[in-house]
Design a protein around this ligand. Structure first.
Ligand code: KPL
Length: 368
């Protein structure tokens, strides 16, 4: 089996390190670097992926390296098909990077989406994998680990959380059939196509140190929706105020904004749930008719409070992006919620204002 890790930010390094530690050396793990400069340093025999926890640094070697630059086509020498692609690039780079790797992706490939935000899978389906019969398998994940890069390929695992992953249902296959007792046998009869999915799920769920759970797609969707709301509050507020996550809800104004974002999110999730119910009734499939409590405004506010507290000492990824002059993932956070609002005719004034403020913040160079 050939694993490729695309994007060597904190989560990419964390996963690559634990994968190499866990899976046998018969399986190759290739790190796909964003530029030749980084790849050239990485192929140096002394180069390692460094994982730091509680000030102890553990080096990990045994990787292959490739270059990837989302502005250029991959070179023709790198033509081997990719079996398992673990995508850890920023949400807004995903479509471009995957498009450039397209000659190496087949319907047998399994793609794991590990990013912050929502709407990435939908963008890939809309813009690249339009034909359902030629689509790779997709796995989506929600991650609650806290990690940051100290240096290139040196990740600090600052807060131990977990990874929940779910297989995106595709026509003809219901991967949730036996939930909650899912096993690899539920991934269908053994074919080259189902094997990449089976090996990917087995490898990821084997990463004990990262607390990886395989969940039903419904559970993952719920986790992702709750996480996107947390990000829609914490990320823009910390980026605008230049503060750590713990500070945003410490003042009544921050709490008031949080309440507004959560109310708008709960309203749009409710509208989406009602629309799903109408579709399901029309198709006479079974569906849970009750709106999930976890997506109500109060439950969302509680979740934002919980995460802001657990990650109180962290700098959000959006604040770091702004400090480094990089594009933020706001389009896949508040932007995702606003798009959902448009689709279901729900007003989203606070989310849309936060988007505009972040846009302004990235255009006006302020020295933080
Ligand atoms: C949960 C949170 C806010 C933790 O920092 C995060 O996911 C991010 O920074 O993007």
């Amino acid at each position: 089996m050939r694993f490729h890790v695309l994007g060597l930010g904190p989560i990419g390094c964390l996963l690559a390190h634990h994968l190499r530690q866990t899976v046998s050396n018969h399986h190759s793990i290739t790190l796909v670097h964003k530029s030749t400069k980084y790849a050239a340093n990485a192929v140096n025999p002394s180069s390692r992926v460094l994982l730091e926890r509680n000030s102890i640094v553990v080096p990990q070697s045994g990787f292959q390296h490739e270059t990837f630059d989302h502005k250029v086509e991959p070179t023709t020498s790198k033509t081997t098909p990719i079996e398992s692609l673990i995508v850890c690039v920023k949400a807004h780079h995903t479509v471009n990077t995957i498009r450039a790797l397209l000659p190496r992706l087949t319907p047998d490939t399994t793609i794991v989406l590990m990013q912050n935000g929502m709407g990435i899978y939908e963008a890939l389906i809309r813009e690249i994998f339009r034909n359902p019969d030629r689509r790779p398998h997709f796995v989506v994940a929600s991650i609650t680990h806290g990690a940051f890069l100290k240096d290139y390929m040196h990740v600090v695992h600052a807060g131990v959380g977990g990874i929940q992953l779910g297989v995106v249902p595709e026509h003809g296959a219901d991967f949730e059939a036996s939930y909650p007792h899912m096993s690899l046998a539920d991934l269908g009869e053994r074919t080259p196509r189902s094997d990449t999915l089976r090996h990917t799920v087995a490898a990821l769920t084997g990463l004990a140190a990262l607390n990886v759970d395989w969940q039903s797609f419904y559970t993952i969707q719920m986790a992702l929706r709750r996480k996107v709301v947390v990000n829609a509050v914490v990320n823009p507020l910390t980026a605008l105020m230049d503060c750590k996550n713990g500070a945003v809800l410490a003042h009544p104004s921050g709490r008031a904004i949080c309440e507004r974002v959560c109310l708008e999110a709960a309203n749009v999730f409710r509208a989406q749930h009602a629309a799903d119910l109408r579709d399901v009734r029309a198709s006479s499939r079974e569906h849970n008719t009750t709106f999930p409590f976890q997506l109500t405004k109060d439950a969302l506010v509680q979740e934002v409070e919980r995460v802001a507290q657990v990650t109180a000492n962290n700098y959000s990824s959006m604040l770091m992006d702004i400090k480094r002059g990089r594009t933020t993932e706001i389009g896949f956070m508040n932007g995702y919620l606003c798009d959902l609002g448009k689709r279901h005719n729900v007003q989203m004034p606070t989310n849309s204002l936060l988007m505009r403020l972040i846009d302004l913040r990235t255009r006006i160079p302020v020295h933080l």
